[in-house]
Ligand binder design. Structure first.
Ligand SMILES: NC(=O)c1ccc[n+]([C@@H]2O[C@H](COP(=O)([O-])OP(=O)(O)OC[C@H]3O[C@@H](n4cnc5c(N)ncnc54)[C@H](O)[C@@H]3O)[C@@H](O)[C@H]2O)c1
Length: 424
């Protein structure tokens, strides 16, 4: 077994929430923590050289008390190998349950994965399609618009989602089934606003956090770690709310732009030069300097495990919006709390993505499609309410927002479980 066990971490978070809620029953705690079902499949694929290669895939269905399972499918090869990936998928499916409950959408938690790195292993388009369709076939009995609705994740895109939808439809007597999966291209029943969803949602949560701590976003200084989908849209929407981006980074390095710059201009530079580094009027800085820049809002929007105890001690921001998954190590949380920095935890800050996935599914199931603004406005309502509900709980129990979001989510799932009871 690997050193760091993500599922143990997910289980601890459930237990911490149960402690606050006064739930002592060990069996109930186990029910909340463990996935309902974990499917592990062999995926034989005929490779281009004529040989057969057998891949391993997973689908973890954590909890469906509030609605069908929901969560991405990633193609990746984490360092810990296949056994580590199994634990990781279980943990990620658990986080999806809580994420959906916080923003109060009627879905549960799921996650899937294939142990493969399509980038480094350079799989051809044909090999990728055969792998995807064979995996879809293997999990077809447990997915479906009313059962479990996957989505894209690390190294999977609208292309794989379309192939899974088509495989599922053909296996079911050619029944058009766009609602079996989300994150599809628009031409395949995808939703408008899905591309900006995570960054836009993060910006909405920052707006609510700013109101809560009486911070004026007009002229507020923003630092973005990462310059991809989640972070650039978060930056652009914060700009629309009056804020100014003063430091950014990508995989090639970090820069500080003391006078501030428009995200669109930095993007133009990155498109031409391949990195944010070298942007006119900027100075190259270290990752630590980026994260500890004096600012109002820090958006870690790239990688996990970025803010450790050392960095936490040096932070000079008022709000942290975790657009990335897991950017803060548990050791840093008490330090951040002591420094009175308001953290919008990942399961809330980046939940705009799953909110709009839910709205894609609703549109697919009704066959009626909304405009960009209609979708964005619906997401805004859910994520804003999620922030307000969690913030109220954090005040009531005198806990940080990370714990408060978990308490809120566990309460909501338990309520559904108690309504239904156990059958048979
Ligand atoms: N996109 C979504 O809808 C979505 C939804 C929920 C959560 N997230 C989370 O947001 C994070 C980013 O996802 P994304 O979709 O924006 O990915 P992306 O691939 O679009 O962007 C990632 C960015 O991180 C940068 N990066 C890589 N290594 C870095 C380093 N060492 N230092 C600084 N920057 C580095 C890359 O250069 C890139 O700009 C991930 O943790 C992901 O799980 C994304």
């Amino acid at each position: 077994m690997v050193k760091h066990d993500p599922f143990a971490n997910a289980t601890k978070q459930v237990n911490d929430a149960c402690d606050i809620l006064g739930i002592k029953d060990k069996e109930l705690r186990e029910y909340l923590a463990m996935p309902n079902k974990m499917m592990r499949v062999k995926i034989p694929v005929k490779m281009d050289n004529g040989k057969i290669r057998v891949f391993t895939g997973f689908r973890s269905q954590h909890n469906n008390d509030r609605g069908p399972y929901k969560g991405g499918i990633r193609y990746f090869n984490p360092e810990g190998g296949v056994e580590y990936m199994e634990r990781e998928v279980m943990a990620l499916s658990s986080w999806m349950t809580w994420k959906c409950a916080i923003v109060d959408i009627p879905l549960g938690g799921g996650k899937g994965a294939i142990y493969v790195n399509p980038k480094t292993e350079k799989l051809s388009d044909g090999e990728m399609e055969r792998l995807t369709r064979q995996f879809a076939y293997k999990i077809s009995e447990i997915i479906g618009p009313e059962k479990d609705i996957p989505a894209p994740d690390v190294y999977t895109t609208g292309r794989e989602m379309t192939q899974i939808m088509d495989t599922f439809s053909k296996l079911n007597g050619n029944k058009y089934s766009p609602g079996v999966i989300t994150g599809k291209p628009i031409s395949m029943g995808g939703s408008l606003a899905r591309n900006v969803a995570t960054g836009l949602g993060a910006a909405y949560t920052v707006r609510e956090a700013a109101k809560a701590i009486k911070l004026n976003l007009k002229g507020a200084k923003v630092v973005l770690q990462g310059f991809g989908n989640a972070s650039t849209f978060a930056g652009e929407y914060l700009e629309k709310m009056g804020a100014k981006v003063i430091a950014v980074s990508d995989s090639k390095g970090s820069i500080s732009i003391p006078k501030g710059a428009k995200v669109s201009k930095i993007l133009e530079h990155k498109e031409k030069k391949g990195s944010v580094v070298g942007f006119p009027g900027s100075k190259k800085i270290s990752t630590e300097e980026l994260l500890t820049t004096k600012c109002d809002v820090l958006v870690p929007g790239a990688l996990e495990n970025q803010i450790n105890a050392k960095i936490a001690n040096k932070l000079q921001c008022k709000i942290i919006a975790e657009a990335a998954n897991g950017p803060t190590l548990p050791e840093a949380d008490p330090i951040i709390l002591k420094k009175k920095i308001l953290v919008i935890p990942d399961i809330l800050a980046n939940s705009g993505g799953v909110c709009i996935s839910y709205l894609e599914w609703v549109q697919n199931n009704t066959g009626y499609y909304w405009s960009f603004d209609e979708v964005a406005n619906k997401m805004e309502k859910n994520i804003t309410k999620g922030f307000k509900d969690a913030y109220a709980l954090s005040k009531k129990h005198k806990i940080d927002m990370r714990k408060a979001t978990m308490v809120l989510a566990v309460e909501r799932v338990l309520e559904a479980f108690n309504q239904k009871g156990i059958w048979p």
